[in-house]
Design a protein around this ligand. Sequence first.
Ligand code: BG6
Length: 487
Amino acid sequence: MPSLFPKDFLWGGAVAANQVEGAFNEGGKGLSTADVVKYCPPGERNSLEQLLSMSRAELYEAIADNGDGNYPKRRGIGFYHRYKEDIALFAEMGFKVFRLSISWPRIFPTGEETEPNEEGLRFYDEVFDELRKYNMEPLVTISHYEMPVHLVTKYNGWASRELVELFLRYADTVFTRYKDKVKYWLTFNEINCTLKAPFLGAGIIMDGVENEKQVAFQALHHQFVASALAVKRGREINPEFSIGCMLARKLLYPYSCRPEDVLQAQAENQMAQFCSDVQVRGYYPSYIQRHLKKHGVSIEMLPGDVEILQENLVDFLSFSYYMSSAVSTDNSITATTAGNLSTGLANPYLQTSDWGWQIDPIGLRVVLKEMHDRYQIPLFVVENGLGAADEVAEDGSIRDDYRIDYLAQHIAQMAEAIEDGVELMGYTSWGCIDLISASTSEMRKRYGYIYVDQDDEGGGTLARLRKKSFYWYKQVIATNGAELYNS
Ligand code: BG6
């Protein structure tokens, strides 16, 4: 069958600095919000709970911890020292693009310096040069779930408007430095997660806060303004830049065809798209006003904010898609499913992953079509994948057929969506090399085509091994998505 993907489709994989680099105190890097999230054995307050609501006491305890606790994002998978080996493996698969993030505290250790850390800048210069060597486009997320921890202790993260200027200094620095090396940029990873997980998305401690929604929406507004101003600045620095926004897009189905359930699902899907409405269309959509009023939220805007949002729209819309779930107004329906930073009602028609996330490839097509209809701008799937507990067989092979199935089915639905008329720029599957889980801080939850020999406690040789999916994805890329099943 001929390929349905455009000739210049950007195939590749994605990671984030805080989940791979390690070297948390090398090269002049400051402590980040990811470095203070602890891995705790079952029964203790886990990483996800910390990310959803980090307390001030917990934060200070972690800052003071110089080595007793298990903070997996401090060690990552050693990418900082092994990036050449890793990029060579991506090249072997034929990646056209590699999505990575820059660690803000590697460039501005506390976030408040007036001059950037040259050693940090040099590291990314070398990474981008290495990618260029293999003709791989970098796709760079400027802020992926980390910031200098100092900005939390001093300003309570994005709750403060001060962050806008500090972020722009950082964005300006990396745009200027890499203007000839990077074309594709994303401002904030999963910006809508600021509402669900304020510490993870925005570095906010909610201790003592009366109306958490007020603080979260205000922080989000600061991020919208910062993102729009970064788009403006980026275009001034290099008009050829292509700058996108990034959403966590979990599809929500009505549990039944009861009109109440349909309405509820519509409202929750609107909330999932609220951020892209602002960043793609350039204004707060009218439906959000009722929600804000209901929760006693009033967003403080400075003169000029409305114009900033209006005049600096993104070039493309990128998003993560892992799963779907269902919603209902009927309280007697109680079977739930786990999910990406949130739970929902279980859909009886779907299977689940080892971590209880429901697998729904058709949902990806639904989302792609819906977003295309709504925005008419290019779309980019920058995260999608299956977290699973892979086993290395005695002969050293890793037969991850379940991952191949998951990915093949999702890619097949992307091809269908393209046939449906969706303009899709590319696909970077998540965690193309095993990395530390964002939510659970586990190593055991693996997404990669490349296995990394490390356990949850940090034991292991860090050796890289090609899984079965490695060879499969190589074939997918080589055939531009035409051969998905017969590897
Ligand atoms: C996305 C994040 O929410 O999901 C990634 O952008 C994250 O950073 C990915 O790793 C998968 O989630 P998890 O919790 O399985 O690592």
